[in-house]
Write a new protein. Structure first.
Length: 336
């Protein structure tokens, strides 16, 4: 079994040499300091998504019953949302008793409500080192930004506010974007250059999800665009807790080479930490790698699904039509 098969996929790619040719470091400097998407590319993306975006079904964390106005209410005609329950006190209305909770605990509890609030979308963009990899069409971080633009356009068409979080060596948070300029302003935030930095420790997805748990409110929507390189048990438990009150979607971004190595002579792989290199792979080693990577991605998707997170896989060579089609199949827009 090849040695790389025992190492996280996200740590494999530092250099891909030989068949992909060589590039001088001097010529790369302007590229890494450039925006992830240029102004021209953002305009082209807007034209693309305007032709394919499907309006999302109402958030399943809010009621499908609708009252007058644009926002869903959990209780038809009440204009209020359930917030929490507290022990019953004399004088509480009987119709507000939480009968399900009473059946479980044997104690009477009263439902408390808050005024209906507007659903908000948060797009969490992973821009860490493992996302700055790509071999054919674009880097994973670029495809993630494009996919985020898809959702920003969708929210704009639905009249919903959008916030952005960029997870890199440092955390960046956007303002809340709302109205007709949501897409353009969000894409300016998402496209800020993220050149490699000399850091010993990157931000963790888990830490940012902790912040989201405190900040996001019931009925909000969180969309995570990442390769989920640091998905561990603690992160999964936190996602499960978040899933109880908000709607979570995951877009798993990958490069085709991460699933199947190309048959190229002189191919050389080096780990990010430089601890090992793999060169002159045999046919047996390449097959073993392909089997391992298939299990790696399948297992990651299964673990996310297990905690109630819907996952869509998106390759760096896929068009956004592929993303839209996957979201539409099987009622994924409806949160099934």
């Amino acid at each position: 079994m090849m040695r790389s098969a025992s190492i996280r996929l996200s740590s494999i790619w530092s250099f891909v040499k030989g068949g992909f040719g060589s590039v001088s470091s001097d010529s790369l400097i302007p590229q890494v300091q450039a925006p992830i998407l240029s102004e021209q590319q953002i305009h082209a993306l807007g034209d693309e998504v305007s032709q394919i975006v499907t309006k999302p079904v109402a958030n399943p964390k809010a009621s499908e019953a609708r009252k007058q106005g644009e926002q869903a209410s959990r209780y038809l005609g009440s204009g209020m949302e359930y917030e929490e329950s507290r022990p019953y006190q004399p004088g509480d209305e009987v119709r507000r008793i939480n009968w399900r909770l009473m059946a479980r605990t044997g104690q009477a509890h009263t439902k408390l409500f808050q005024e209906e609030r507007q659903e908000s979308w948060t797009l969490l963009l992973d821009q860490r080192q493992s996302m700055r990899f790509g071999t054919r069409h674009c880097l994973k971080v670029v495809q993630a930004a494009r996919a985020a633009g898809f959702f920003a356009w969708q929210a704009q068409q639905s009249g919903l506010p959008v916030e952005g979080i960029a997870l890199s060596e440092q955390i960046r948070n956007s303002a809340t974007f709302e109205g007709s300029g949501t897409f353009e302003r969000f894409m300016e935030f998402a496209s800020v250059a993220c050149p490699p930095m000399a850091v010993t420790q990157e931000s963790r997805l888990y830490d940012e999800l902790l912040v989201c748990q405190q900040r996001l409110q019931s009925g909000d929507r969180l969309i995570i665009l990442s390769d989920f390189k640091d998905l561990d048990d603690a992160t999964l438990q936190l996602l499960a807790a978040l899933q109880d009150k908000i709607m979570i979607k995951a877009v798993l971004v990958y490069d085709p080479v991460e699933k199947e190595l190309p048959s190229l002579s002189g191919l050389k792989l080096q780990s990010l930490n430089g601890e090992f290199e793999v060169s002159q792979l045999s046919a047996q080693q390449m097959k073993a790698y392909q089997q391992w990577s298939s299990q790696y991605f399948d297992h990651k998707i299964q673990r996310l699904n297990h905690v109630g997170v819907t996952v869509v896989s998106l390759s760096t060579v896929d068009s956004l039509q592929v993303l839209n089609d996957q979201l539409s199949v099987g009622g994924v827009y409806a949160g099934s």
